[in-house]
Design a protein around this ligand. Structure first.
Ligand code: HEC
Length: 228
Protein backbone atom coordinates (compact mmCIF):
# COMPACT_ATOMS: atom_id res chain seq x y z
CA UNK A 1 0.00 0.00 0.00
CA UNK A 2 2.71 2.41 1.08
CA UNK A 3 4.65 1.64 -2.06
CA UNK A 4 1.62 2.46 -4.20
CA UNK A 5 1.08 5.77 -2.46
CA UNK A 6 4.56 6.79 -3.44
CA UNK A 7 4.40 5.45 -6.94
CA UNK A 8 0.96 6.63 -7.98
CA UNK A 9 1.63 10.36 -8.17
CA UNK A 10 4.69 9.73 -10.31
CA UNK A 11 2.67 7.39 -12.51
CA UNK A 12 0.07 10.09 -12.78
CA UNK A 13 2.59 12.67 -13.88
CA UNK A 14 4.06 10.31 -16.46
CA UNK A 15 0.57 9.57 -17.79
CA UNK A 16 -0.17 13.27 -17.92
CA UNK A 17 2.99 13.98 -19.88
CA UNK A 18 2.29 11.06 -22.21
CA UNK A 19 -1.24 12.22 -22.94
CA UNK A 20 -0.74 15.94 -22.99
CA UNK A 21 2.77 16.73 -24.16
CA UNK A 22 2.30 16.00 -27.89
CA UNK A 23 -0.22 18.82 -28.06
CA UNK A 24 -0.45 20.46 -24.71
CA UNK A 25 -3.34 22.68 -25.73
CA UNK A 26 -5.48 19.76 -26.78
CA UNK A 27 -5.72 18.43 -23.25
CA UNK A 28 -9.39 17.78 -22.67
CA UNK A 29 -10.82 19.35 -19.58
CA UNK A 30 -14.28 19.13 -18.22
CA UNK A 31 -16.01 22.42 -19.02
CA UNK A 32 -15.80 24.64 -15.99
CA UNK A 33 -19.26 25.49 -14.73
CA UNK A 34 -19.57 28.67 -12.73
CA UNK A 35 -21.14 28.09 -9.33
CA UNK A 36 -24.71 29.39 -9.34
CA UNK A 37 -23.77 32.06 -6.81
CA UNK A 38 -21.43 33.68 -9.34
CA UNK A 39 -23.89 33.68 -12.24
CA UNK A 40 -25.39 37.10 -12.79
CA UNK A 41 -28.92 36.89 -14.13
CA UNK A 42 -29.70 39.31 -16.95
CA UNK A 43 -33.13 40.86 -16.34
CA UNK A 44 -33.40 42.11 -19.92
CA UNK A 45 -33.43 38.67 -21.57
CA UNK A 46 -36.70 36.99 -22.52
CA UNK A 47 -35.97 33.42 -23.58
CA UNK A 48 -39.04 32.99 -25.79
CA UNK A 49 -38.54 36.27 -27.58
CA UNK A 50 -34.74 36.58 -27.74
CA UNK A 51 -33.23 33.10 -27.67
CA UNK A 52 -35.73 30.46 -28.81
CA UNK A 53 -36.24 32.08 -32.25
CA UNK A 54 -32.51 31.76 -32.95
CA UNK A 55 -32.76 28.00 -32.44
CA UNK A 56 -36.06 27.63 -34.28
CA UNK A 57 -34.96 29.51 -37.38
CA UNK A 58 -31.41 28.17 -37.59
CA UNK A 59 -31.32 24.71 -36.05
CA UNK A 60 -34.68 23.02 -35.48
CA UNK A 61 -35.28 22.10 -39.10
CA UNK A 62 -36.15 18.73 -40.57
CA UNK A 63 -32.95 16.79 -41.24
CA UNK A 64 -31.13 18.84 -38.60
CA UNK A 65 -32.25 19.40 -35.02
CA UNK A 66 -36.02 19.09 -34.98
CA UNK A 67 -37.65 16.44 -32.77
CA UNK A 68 -37.68 13.75 -35.44
CA UNK A 69 -34.13 14.29 -36.72
CA UNK A 70 -32.16 15.16 -33.58
CA UNK A 71 -28.76 15.07 -35.30
CA UNK A 72 -26.03 13.93 -32.88
CA UNK A 73 -28.60 13.83 -30.11
CA UNK A 74 -29.35 17.54 -30.23
CA UNK A 75 -33.03 18.45 -30.38
CA UNK A 76 -33.19 22.24 -30.36
CA UNK A 77 -36.88 23.04 -30.42
CA UNK A 78 -37.78 23.98 -26.83
CA UNK A 79 -36.14 25.23 -23.65
CA UNK A 80 -36.19 21.79 -22.02
CA UNK A 81 -34.54 20.15 -25.01
CA UNK A 82 -32.02 22.90 -25.70
CA UNK A 83 -30.48 22.85 -22.21
CA UNK A 84 -30.19 19.05 -22.16
CA UNK A 85 -26.97 18.95 -24.12
CA UNK A 86 -24.19 21.32 -25.15
CA UNK A 87 -24.97 24.21 -22.81
CA UNK A 88 -22.88 24.83 -19.68
CA UNK A 89 -24.65 27.44 -17.60
CA UNK A 90 -22.48 30.49 -17.01
CA UNK A 91 -19.80 29.30 -19.44
CA UNK A 92 -20.32 30.07 -23.14
CA UNK A 93 -16.76 29.07 -24.05
CA UNK A 94 -17.31 25.63 -22.51
CA UNK A 95 -20.69 25.14 -24.17
CA UNK A 96 -20.51 22.84 -27.17
CA UNK A 97 -23.41 24.60 -28.88
CA UNK A 98 -21.74 27.98 -28.48
CA UNK A 99 -18.42 26.55 -29.66
CA UNK A 100 -20.08 25.24 -32.81
CA UNK A 101 -21.65 28.58 -33.77
CA UNK A 102 -18.39 30.43 -33.09
CA UNK A 103 -16.40 27.92 -35.19
CA UNK A 104 -14.19 26.78 -32.31
CA UNK A 105 -11.29 24.57 -33.29
CA UNK A 106 -12.09 20.87 -33.40
CA UNK A 107 -15.85 21.38 -33.20
CA UNK A 108 -18.18 20.95 -36.15
CA UNK A 109 -19.30 24.42 -37.26
CA UNK A 110 -22.99 25.16 -37.12
CA UNK A 111 -25.35 25.88 -38.77
CA UNK A 112 -24.13 23.24 -41.24
CA UNK A 113 -25.39 25.31 -44.18
CA UNK A 114 -25.53 29.02 -44.82
CA UNK A 115 -23.30 31.87 -43.78
CA UNK A 116 -23.37 31.26 -40.03
CA UNK A 117 -25.18 33.12 -37.29
CA UNK A 118 -25.02 36.90 -37.39
CA UNK A 119 -23.11 38.60 -34.59
CA UNK A 120 -26.33 39.82 -33.02
CA UNK A 121 -27.47 36.22 -32.47
CA UNK A 122 -24.07 35.04 -31.25
CA UNK A 123 -23.96 37.90 -28.77
CA UNK A 124 -27.43 37.05 -27.54
CA UNK A 125 -26.48 33.39 -27.04
CA UNK A 126 -23.33 34.45 -25.18
CA UNK A 127 -25.28 36.76 -22.87
CA UNK A 128 -27.97 34.15 -22.29
CA UNK A 129 -25.48 31.40 -21.34
CA UNK A 130 -23.44 33.81 -19.18
CA UNK A 131 -26.62 34.74 -17.36
CA UNK A 132 -27.29 31.12 -16.47
CA UNK A 133 -29.16 29.94 -19.60
CA UNK A 134 -32.48 30.23 -17.81
CA UNK A 135 -35.98 30.06 -19.20
CA UNK A 136 -35.95 33.76 -18.48
CA UNK A 137 -39.16 35.72 -18.51
CA UNK A 138 -38.02 38.88 -16.74
CA UNK A 139 -37.25 40.70 -19.99
CA UNK A 140 -40.49 39.71 -21.66
CA UNK A 141 -42.31 42.75 -20.40
CA UNK A 142 -40.04 45.10 -22.30
CA UNK A 143 -42.45 46.17 -24.96
CA UNK A 144 -41.67 46.27 -28.62
CA UNK A 145 -42.03 49.85 -29.80
CA UNK A 146 -44.19 50.49 -32.86
CA UNK A 147 -42.77 54.00 -33.21
CA UNK A 148 -39.42 52.41 -34.02
CA UNK A 149 -39.68 51.09 -37.56
CA UNK A 150 -36.40 52.10 -39.16
CA UNK A 151 -34.54 49.50 -41.20
CA UNK A 152 -31.46 49.48 -38.95
CA UNK A 153 -33.34 49.78 -35.67
CA UNK A 154 -36.20 47.33 -36.23
CA UNK A 155 -36.35 45.51 -39.55
CA UNK A 156 -32.75 44.36 -39.90
CA UNK A 157 -32.54 42.88 -36.36
CA UNK A 158 -35.90 41.21 -36.91
CA UNK A 159 -34.70 39.57 -40.14
CA UNK A 160 -31.47 38.50 -38.43
CA UNK A 161 -33.28 36.84 -35.56
CA UNK A 162 -36.22 35.26 -37.34
CA UNK A 163 -35.52 34.88 -41.04
CA UNK A 164 -31.95 34.64 -42.31
CA UNK A 165 -31.37 31.18 -40.87
CA UNK A 166 -33.33 30.02 -43.92
CA UNK A 167 -33.34 33.07 -46.21
CA UNK A 168 -29.66 33.55 -46.94
CA UNK A 169 -29.53 33.11 -50.69
CA UNK A 170 -30.48 35.48 -53.45
CA UNK A 171 -33.13 36.60 -54.37
CA UNK A 172 -34.30 36.29 -50.80
CA UNK A 173 -31.12 36.86 -48.87
CA UNK A 174 -32.71 38.75 -46.05
CA UNK A 175 -29.35 39.85 -44.73
CA UNK A 176 -29.38 42.25 -47.73
CA UNK A 177 -31.41 45.40 -47.59
CA UNK A 178 -32.33 45.22 -51.30
CA UNK A 179 -33.70 41.70 -51.03
CA UNK A 180 -35.79 42.55 -47.98
CA UNK A 181 -37.09 45.65 -49.68
CA UNK A 182 -38.05 43.78 -52.85
CA UNK A 183 -39.78 41.00 -50.96
CA UNK A 184 -41.57 43.55 -48.80
CA UNK A 185 -42.66 45.92 -51.54
CA UNK A 186 -43.42 43.53 -54.38
CA UNK A 187 -43.62 40.23 -52.55
CA UNK A 188 -45.44 38.56 -49.75
CA UNK A 189 -43.58 39.41 -46.57
CA UNK A 190 -46.52 41.17 -44.94
CA UNK A 191 -49.22 38.57 -45.68
CA UNK A 192 -46.76 35.76 -44.87
CA UNK A 193 -45.80 37.13 -41.45
CA UNK A 194 -49.45 38.07 -40.81
CA UNK A 195 -50.39 34.44 -41.50
CA UNK A 196 -53.06 35.52 -43.97
CA UNK A 197 -55.01 32.58 -45.40
CA UNK A 198 -53.55 31.33 -48.68
CA UNK A 199 -50.03 32.56 -47.92
CA UNK A 200 -46.99 30.78 -46.54
CA UNK A 201 -46.91 31.37 -42.78
CA UNK A 202 -43.50 32.78 -41.83
CA UNK A 203 -41.22 32.29 -39.97
CA UNK A 204 -41.66 28.69 -41.11
CA UNK A 205 -41.85 26.37 -38.06
CA UNK A 206 -41.55 29.27 -35.63
CA UNK A 207 -44.11 31.11 -33.58
CA UNK A 208 -45.89 34.00 -35.24
CA UNK A 209 -44.16 37.34 -34.75
CA UNK A 210 -45.68 39.70 -32.19
CA UNK A 211 -48.38 42.02 -33.51
CA UNK A 212 -46.06 44.87 -32.64
CA UNK A 213 -43.30 43.44 -34.86
CA UNK A 214 -45.73 42.96 -37.72
CA UNK A 215 -46.82 46.57 -37.27
CA UNK A 216 -43.19 47.69 -37.44
CA UNK A 217 -42.83 45.93 -40.81
CA UNK A 218 -46.10 47.39 -42.11
CA UNK A 219 -45.12 50.90 -41.09
CA UNK A 220 -41.68 50.55 -42.65
CA UNK A 221 -43.16 49.33 -45.93
CA UNK A 222 -45.79 52.10 -45.87
CA UNK A 223 -42.97 54.61 -45.46
CA UNK A 224 -41.41 53.29 -48.70
CA UNK A 225 -39.11 50.68 -47.12
CA UNK A 226 -36.24 53.14 -46.69
CA UNK A 227 -32.65 52.11 -45.93
CA UNK A 228 -32.56 54.20 -42.79
C1 HEC B 1 -37.14 27.53 -41.00
C2 HEC B 1 -36.92 28.16 -42.27
C3 HEC B 1 -37.57 29.48 -42.57
C4 HEC B 1 -37.61 30.59 -41.76
C5 HEC B 1 -37.05 30.76 -40.37
C6 HEC B 1 -38.28 31.62 -42.53
N1 HEC B 1 -38.62 31.12 -43.75
FE1 HEC B 1 -39.58 32.14 -45.22
N2 HEC B 1 -39.53 30.50 -46.41
C7 HEC B 1 -38.99 29.28 -46.08
C8 HEC B 1 -39.18 28.36 -47.18
C9 HEC B 1 -38.68 26.92 -47.21
C10 HEC B 1 -39.87 29.07 -48.17
C11 HEC B 1 -40.33 28.54 -49.52
C12 HEC B 1 -41.72 28.02 -49.32
C13 HEC B 1 -42.27 27.45 -50.56
O1 HEC B 1 -42.18 28.13 -51.57
O2 HEC B 1 -42.81 26.35 -50.47
C14 HEC B 1 -40.08 30.40 -47.66
C15 HEC B 1 -40.74 31.39 -48.35
C16 HEC B 1 -40.86 32.70 -47.94
C17 HEC B 1 -41.44 33.78 -48.71
C18 HEC B 1 -42.04 33.64 -50.09
C19 HEC B 1 -43.33 32.89 -49.87
C20 HEC B 1 -44.38 33.17 -50.83
O3 HEC B 1 -45.48 33.49 -50.34
O4 HEC B 1 -44.13 33.06 -52.03
C21 HEC B 1 -41.36 34.92 -47.96
C22 HEC B 1 -41.81 36.31 -48.35
C23 HEC B 1 -40.75 34.54 -46.70
N3 HEC B 1 -40.46 33.20 -46.72
C24 HEC B 1 -40.51 35.42 -45.67
C25 HEC B 1 -39.95 35.06 -44.46
C26 HEC B 1 -39.74 36.00 -43.38
C27 HEC B 1 -40.07 37.49 -43.43
C28 HEC B 1 -39.20 35.29 -42.36
C29 HEC B 1 -38.84 35.80 -41.00
C30 HEC B 1 -39.85 36.54 -40.30
C31 HEC B 1 -39.06 33.91 -42.81
N4 HEC B 1 -39.53 33.82 -44.08
C32 HEC B 1 -38.52 32.90 -42.04
C33 HEC B 1 -38.34 28.98 -44.90
C34 HEC B 1 -38.20 29.83 -43.82
Amino acid sequence: MTRFRKVLPIGGIIAWIAICSPAINSCVHQPFALPDSLIQPDPTICFDRDVLPIFLSNCAMSGCHDASSGENGYVLDSYENIIKKGIVKGNPAGSRIFQSVTHAKGVESMPAVGPGLPDVSINMLRRWIMAGATDSTSGCNVSCDTTNFSYSGAIKPLMETYCIGCHYTSPSNFANYEDVKNAAVTGDIIPDISHDPGYQPMPQNGAKLLDCQITQVKKWVAAGAPNN
